[in-house]
Design a protein around this ligand. Structure first.
Ligand code: HEC
Length: 372
């Protein structure tokens, strides 16, 4: 099954894979950030003041929940606010919106806390532009252009493409007809990058459909679990493993470091990252993306083990017996020992550093603050 692995040294294959992947990602991100049509461009311009003043960091335009109430459908609507301890209904007309921006704590939107919305010292022209922008936020989200198609395609290509391409019935013949492992890796990377690009692009295009109102405590879940996920990712990617494509021979060296805890550390990292994000989001499109990635991670663990075990291979059979998919199961079962010194403190440090960086970038990249 891994016939071709002998053709190219594993290190070379890794090297061939990454430039193709990066190139495809760069091309995709350029394509996806290209303004699709004039209408969208005009709308972007109208909404620019809300981006310039950082309002969209706390207020979504499409109904998604965030630190403040969404701007979608806000202009001209009648909503409940708290004024001097009383709950009153007000119309969010132009005059009221001006007041909201200049004196945010005079009235507090229902369901929100005072003191979070900063006071903005805007000039008259700036304030006019902000109010005009609020009035141009499309009532039904960014219009009829909302579509599930790219996101659905992205999920199918990213999740099923990964599994299908690496399955024995497809991988073998493809390697043979493409003429080598290296070319197969390039194809694999291109398919994965297209799937990922479609996921990111399609997420932005898909309608916002709330499923439930996430309670504030759900934000603690990723804040506590994602640091662990990052450490697992770093450990998984930096500990040479027989579960990596083309590295099946490594099984004879036996499990080391994090592999003593679980056979699939990096896939656990992806799974924990994805599952922990489900709670605080509570809407359909993000649930689909996170569930898709978690499914791919778990299916990947089972799939890789099945492929490795398909051919009689004593080293792998021993490796599999001495390790476990579920973390710590082999250790608890007495088939394995935890060797802390093999984990590498630098891996823990690097994982936590990457997590801390992402914690800071989260708001700029995804528009919502990850903090509880
Ligand atoms: C740091 C986060 C944050 C930023 C940045 C922010 N807001 Fe808010 N905003 C909130 C929160 C939280 C509320 C709900 C509490 C309240 O009503 O004051 C809110 C409420 C509002 C309301 C409803 C007001 C009300 O009295 O019910 C409007 C309108 C609003 N913001 C407009 C804006 C505009 C326009 C900007 C940019 C110039 C902006 N916000 C920037 C957090 C923010």
């Amino acid at each position: 099954m891994d016939e071709g692995a002998r053709v190219l040294h594993p290190r070379m294959r890794m090297r061939m894979r990454s430039p193709a992947l990066w190139l495809a990602l760069v091309v995709l991100s350029i394509i996806s950030s290209w303004p699709s049509d004039l209408e969208a461009q005009t709308l972007e311009q109208a909404l620019a003041p809300l981006r310039d003043h950082g309002c969209v960091g706390c207020h979504s335009l499409d109904g998604a929940q965030s630190q403040g109430p969404t701007f979608r459908g806000l202009y001209g609507s009648t909503r409940a606010v708290h004024r001097d301890g009383e709950r009153v209904a007000v119309e969010f007309d132009e005059a009221f919106l001006r007041r909201s921006v200049e004196e945010p704590d005079a009235e507090i939107a229902d369901g929100f806390e005072p003191g979070f919305m900063p006071r903005f010292e805007l000039s008259d022209t700036e304030l006019d532009a902000v109010i005009a922008a609020l009035a141009s936020v499309p009532v039904d989200g960014p219009g009829d252009t909302r579509t599930w198609i790219p996101l659905a395609l992205g999920l199918v290509i990213f999740v099923l493409g990964h599994l299908a391409l690496s399955s024995a019935p497809m991988r073998g013949p493809l390697v043979a007809s493409l003429g080598g492992e290296g070319r197969f890796s390039v194809l694999y990377s291109i398919v994965a990058a297209i799937g990922l690009g479609l996921l990111v692009w399609g997420y932005g295009l898909a309608p916002y459909v709330p499923l439930y109102d996430p309670p504030p405590w759900t934000r603690w879940v990723p804040n506590l679990i994602v640091p662990l996920a990052y450490v697992l990712l770093v450990m998984g990617f930096t500990t040479p493993s027989p579960t990596t494509a083309g590295m099946a021979d490594r099984a004879s060296a036996g499990p080391r470091g994090v592999q003593r805890i679980t056979r699939h550390p990096a896939l656990w990292g992806f799974a924990l990252w994805a599952l922990s994000h489900l709670g605080p989001n509570g809407d359909l499109r993000s649930s689909l993306v996170f569930l898709g990635i978690a499914f791919l991670a778990f299916a990947g663990m089972v799939h890789i083990d099945m492929r490795r075990g398909a051919a009689p291979n004593e080293a792998w059979t021993r490796y599999e017996r001495e390790t476990s998919i579920m973390p710590f199961v082999a250790i608890l079962g007495g088939r394995q020992k935890l060797v802390l010194s093999e984990l590498g403190w630098w891996r823990i440090a690097l994982g936590l550093l990457a997590w801390a960086a992402m914690l800071h970038l989260h708001r700029f990249v995804f528009g919502v603050s990850p903090l509880p």
